[in-house]
Ligand binder design. Sequence first.
Ligand SMILES: *[C@@H]1O[C@H](CO)[C@@H](O)[C@H](O)[C@H]1NC(C)=O
Ligand SMILES: *[C@@H]1O[C@H](CO)[C@@H](O)[C@H](O)[C@H]1NC(C)=O
Ligand SMILES: *[C@@H]1O[C@H](CO)[C@@H](O)[C@H](O)[C@H]1NC(C)=O
Ligand SMILES: *[C@@H]1O[C@H](CO)[C@@H](O)[C@H](O)[C@H]1NC(C)=O
Ligand SMILES: *[C@@H]1O[C@H](CO)[C@@H](O)[C@H](O)[C@H]1NC(C)=O
Ligand SMILES: *[C@@H]1O[C@H](CO)[C@@H](O)[C@H](O)[C@H]1NC(C)=O
Ligand SMILES: *[C@@H]1O[C@H](CO)[C@@H](O)[C@H](O)[C@H]1NC(C)=O
Ligand SMILES: *[C@@H]1O[C@H](CO)[C@@H](O)[C@H](O)[C@H]1NC(C)=O
Length: 439
Amino acid sequence: MVQVRRNNLRPCIRLLLLPLLAVTAVSAGASPVTSGDLYALSKLKSSLLSRSARNSTSLADWDVATPPPPSSSPAASHHYCNFSGVTCDASGNRVVAINLTPASLSTAACSQPSLTVAACSLSGPIPASLASMPLLRHLNLSTNNISGFFPSGPEPYFPSAEVIDVYNNSLTGPLPALGRSRTRLRHQDLGGNYFSGGIPEEYGDLKQLEVLGLGLNSLSGRVPPSLSRLKRLREMHLEYNSFDGEALVLLAMLEILQAWENNLTGELPANLGKNGRLLTLDVTDNRLTGAIPPSLCAGRRLQFLFLMRNKLSGPIPEDLGNCKTLTKVRLNSNLLNGSIPAGLLDLPMNNMLDLSDNLLSGELPEMIPSAGLVFLSVASNRLSGPVPPEIGHLKKLSLLNFSANALTAGVPGELSHCESLTGGHIVRPREQPGATHHA
Ligand SMILES: *[C@@H]1O[C@H](CO)[C@@H](O)[C@H](O)[C@H]1NC(C)=O
Ligand SMILES: *[C@@H]1O[C@H](CO)[C@@H](O)[C@H](O)[C@H]1NC(C)=O
Ligand SMILES: *[C@@H]1O[C@H](CO)[C@@H](O)[C@H](O)[C@H]1NC(C)=O
Ligand SMILES: *[C@@H]1O[C@H](CO)[C@@H](O)[C@H](O)[C@H]1NC(C)=O
Ligand SMILES: *[C@@H]1O[C@H](CO)[C@@H](O)[C@H](O)[C@H]1NC(C)=O
Ligand SMILES: *[C@@H]1O[C@H](CO)[C@@H](O)[C@H](O)[C@H]1NC(C)=O
Ligand SMILES: *[C@@H]1O[C@H](CO)[C@@H](O)[C@H](O)[C@H]1NC(C)=O
Ligand SMILES: *[C@@H]1O[C@H](CO)[C@@H](O)[C@H](O)[C@H]1NC(C)=O
């Protein structure tokens, strides 16, 4: 997993705590609360800077040792409102945003990729004090090396959070209990960490949730059916975990479902796509059975359809042959049968069509020459009849694989004039699997 998502040099720290703007009903000069903000900042500073960075000039102007004056006039702002990257509300009392960029953490090292790794990485745990900052609406700690458990504080716990993004860190332990009382959360990205265990049932109570990112973790168990209550959910990322069971819930607003590399079983919901919103469906490498839902492209928006390496059976829905928005289609390595729908070979935007390793039969559909396809494989099926000569006009084609079928005619001669095939492969109908031929 580390290789999957940590293959680059660590860039400089990118820490953004950006609550939204509306600040209401904050009593001016409430020093117990405001010193709480200072405390949170001091915890943030000490948690953010690893030992080596602490000695640097990073956050040098964050004088967290000086307490706010005991009774501040409503007009005076607190000194911490002047810390670099810190924004207070109009009355100068409450922190509403913290935006730490490489500049505010400037060390000479930050501009040198090989040194920034140590000097700028945000490490250590998420300060528990963040969880009780009353106005914090937007927490973005993505792409750092934060470790430890997600803070699990007493209520109120992230009382105002609308966005929590800790994507691509090193957090461990169970998923945070952002459940019942978290009615404002609309974007929660916990992906790319080492969270383990299951999805809390209470996530189904996050009524405002639009984006749920749990991919690239070590999560397991069933995806709770309670998630079907997420009426606003547009994006669900479950990929690269060990979820099993009949997991896929139907969501009214769903646009993007990423669930590749799990152990999901059962069928795709028959109504998937009927909402007219689907853009991306990727359930590659699961153990799904049953048919491909017929209305995936009902909204005429579907672009990416990756169903490969499952146990899906039955026909390819005819409607996909009329889904002009498709740009990549991989249905390979399933048990699909029937014939290839008319139109599927010449969708105007499509650059990849992989139908290989199925039980498809009949003849290849007639096709009009389409400029787009770069990759076309129908290998290892039960297709018969001639190869349509129009394939010779596919100008961008770089891989064409017809092997292991009962197709009769060879690849049309026109293909040998097709420049983009130079260096690509044509696997002719009669050749053995694996045998390639450079045009
Ligand atoms: C994850 O974070 C590392 C640095 O910590 C970065 O190099 C990498 O590009 C990030 N990966 C993604 C997918 O954002
Ligand atoms: C911290 O800075 C001081 C003075 O600039 C230096 O003597 C010391 O070696 C530094 N320590 C580390 C751990 O870099
Ligand atoms: C913030 O900085 C400005 C300009 O540097 C200064 O005039 C002001 O007194 C500072 N405010 C506080 C509360 O320290
Ligand atoms: C968090 O910050 C990263 C880096 O700036 C950005 O790509 C990402 O979109 C932000 N997340 C949210 C939810 O705004
Ligand atoms: C991330 O932090 C862990 C300890 O929490 C450490 O072992 C690892 O080396 C760090 N990775 C990077 C890229 O800094
Ligand atoms: C799926 O389950 C099998 C056995 O039940 C296990 O060996 C495999 O590691 C699991 N794969 C994932 C991605 O969880
Ligand atoms: C496809 O397979 C199903 C069984 O999975 C079978 O009932 C059906 O007749 C097959 N269709 C074709 C065209 O082979
Ligand atoms: C063509 O398809 C066959 C059968 O699926 C496969 O073994 C072979 O590797 C493919 N060739 C190329 C160049 O992808």
